[in-house]
Design a protein around this ligand. Structure first.
Ligand SMILES: [Zn+2]
Length: 147
């Protein structure tokens, strides 16, 4: 069932980014290169029809999220987390966090459920990609507290 994939975008290519944060209403523009990305999107639904029935749990073809970790030309990490949905009453949601600390990148992708801290598999994929392309991310990934 774990068929999360890398996002097919060019890595390590400096380009101009424009990312909107729907939570703060702020738009971030900067130049940087993608060092890690992953999506939880699946192409096929695990139920009948194009959407889960009302009240039924949506699958990863109904609703999914994408993570991007970008290194700016000013040596700042940008963590972009986007939630996508095919449900008409739900909105696309996105958050953008900027930090100079690779540890904080991991912190932004750490979630809490039932008082347990964890990093969702898609985020782990993006983080391990970033660790392979950036020394700071690699050290932080090895030294992380949460598995
Ligand atoms: Zn579905």
């Amino acid at each position: 069932m774990m068929n999360e994939t890398m996002v097919p975008e060019p890595y390590l290519e400096v380009r101009r980014w424009r990312l909107h944060d729907t939570h703060t209403g702020k738009t971030h523009t900067f130049k940087g290169q993608l060092i890690g990305a992953a999506t939880s999107q699946r192409t096929e639904h695990n139920h009948e029809g194009v959407r889960a029935d009302f009240g039924a749990p949506p699958c990863h073809a109904c609703r999914w999220f994408e993570v991007r970790i970008i290194m700016t030309i000013d040596d700042e990490y940008v963590v972009s987390y986007e939630g996508f949905t095919t449900f008409e009453r739900e909105n696309h949601r996105s958050t953008v966090h900027r930090t100079r600390s690779p540890h904080t990148v991991i912190e932004h992708l750490t979630q809490v459920r039932n008082r347990e801290m964890f990093i969702p598999r898609t985020s782990r994929l993006a983080l391990s990609e970033a660790a392979g392309r950036d020394d700071g991310m690699e050290r932080a990934w090895i030294d992380r507290v949460v598995a």
